[in-house]
Design a protein around this ligand. Structure first.
Ligand SMILES: Nc1ncnc2c1ncn2[C@@H]1O[C@H](COP(=O)(O)OP(=O)(O)O)[C@@H](O)[C@H]1O
Ligand SMILES: [Mg+2]
Length: 315
């Protein structure tokens, strides 16, 4: 099982679209995929369920991630595996590919949970206690995903909120790799170094506490890799990336420590304009192999290749 966090501080950069479609393409290649929606905006969930379905089938039955994080220590009362649902429409389309897409849905109230978790972090009275609490809280999702109930998944993709709050940090700690969708503009590229700096700080702090305290609590050091930046919503003109965006992409590629994936996803309102309504990601709905389908295929090749999840090699 490979766990990848999809994150960026910025909203509207294509995180959710990428998570849903990459997950769907991976499943169409026969992989068993679990998507986890950790954004209170709940857009990933609404890519597979209508608002009505979410209310009746997920929220009212307590099958959202909010309930899990609500526990004094996340996962103490609620089992993460009990929250997994199998969205109908996308899996019907996947048919007999051998792959599947499961989901753990989000909840708008997750935004308050982030603050509550941060408050719990401050509750310990001794330095040792506070280190242990830090590890238990930050490591909660990692610990839950290590449960054998998730061993059947080849790939877990976590769609993070556009912030670096505690819930996002639990996703980073749980992940082997981090994938960063970004737009090729000045502000987006400016934020990338900062993001990498914060990732590094989190990893160092977690591992420092593990070495000084938490090894005895079952926590192990983490080393999430930076899979890289995927540029999304790229403007293509005459088969080429427009010059201004090309300049930003090259700037990141040549002058930053952040790896840049070769694959890019172009701006295509035709494909992604009606996000969610059909319950089936655009890449599984597209008729024929147009250029956007090819771009997502290339992205899947690149990401799954880097994760060692090539077809036929993953089990
Ligand atoms: N490649 C693309 N071309 C055109 N529109 C896109 C593309 N990717 C995403 N979008 C649209 O842009 C908006 C933001 O995308 P989304 O994936 O929700 O971003 P994020 O999760 O980072 O906030 C959505 O309306 C989505 O449908
Ligand atoms: Mg989103």
């Amino acid at each position: 099982m490979r766990v990848v966090a999809v994150m960026n501080y910025k909203g509207g950069v294509g995180k959710t679209t990428l998570t849903a479609n990459l997950g769907a393409v991976a499943a169409s290649r026969g992989l068993r995929v679990l998507l986890i929606d950790l954004d209170p905006q709940t857009n990933l969930t609404f890519s597979f369920y209508s608002i009505d379905e979410w209310h009746h089938q997920l929220k009212d039955t307590g099958r959202t991630i909010k309930r899990w994080y609500e526990d004094e220590l996340p996962g103490r009362e609620t089992s993460l595996a009990d929250l997994v649902v199998t969205p109908g429409r996308v899996n019907t389309v996947l048919g007999d590919t051998g792959g599947c897409v499961d989901l753990i849905s989000s909840h708008l109230g997750l935004i308050d949970i982030d603050l509550e978790l941060a408050a719990r972090l401050g509750g310990a009275t001794t330095l040792e206690g506070s280190k242990r609490k830090f590890l238990d809280l930050h490591g909660c999702l990692r610990r839950a995903l290590a449960n054998g109930q998730f061993a059947g998944y080849d790939l877990v993709l976590i769609d993070c909120a556009p912030n670096f709050g505690l819930v996002t940090k639990t996703a980073i700690v749980a992940s082997e790799q981090v994938l960063v969708p970004a737009k090729a503009d000045y502000l987006s590229t400016l934020g990338l170094e900062y993001l990498v700096g914060n990732l590094t700080t989190l990893v160092e702090q977690f591992n420092d506490y593990v070495h000084h305290k938490g090894g005895d609590q079952g926590h192990r050091p983490i080393a999430p890799g930076l899979l890289g930046v995927v540029f999304t919503m790229v403007q293509i003109y005459s088969q080429q990336v427009v010059l201004a965006q090309h300049t930003y992409i090259e700037e990141v590629r040549l002058n930053s420590q952040v790896p840049v994936l070769d694959s890019k996803i172009r701006n295509s309102p035709r494909h992604f304009g009606d996000a969610g309504e059909s319950g089936v990601p655009a890449m599984l709905r597209a008729a024929g192999r147009d250029e956007v389908v090819r771009e997502f295929d290339q992205l899947a090749d690149e990401v799954l290749g880097a994760l060692g999840l090539k077809p036929g090699e993953h089990r």
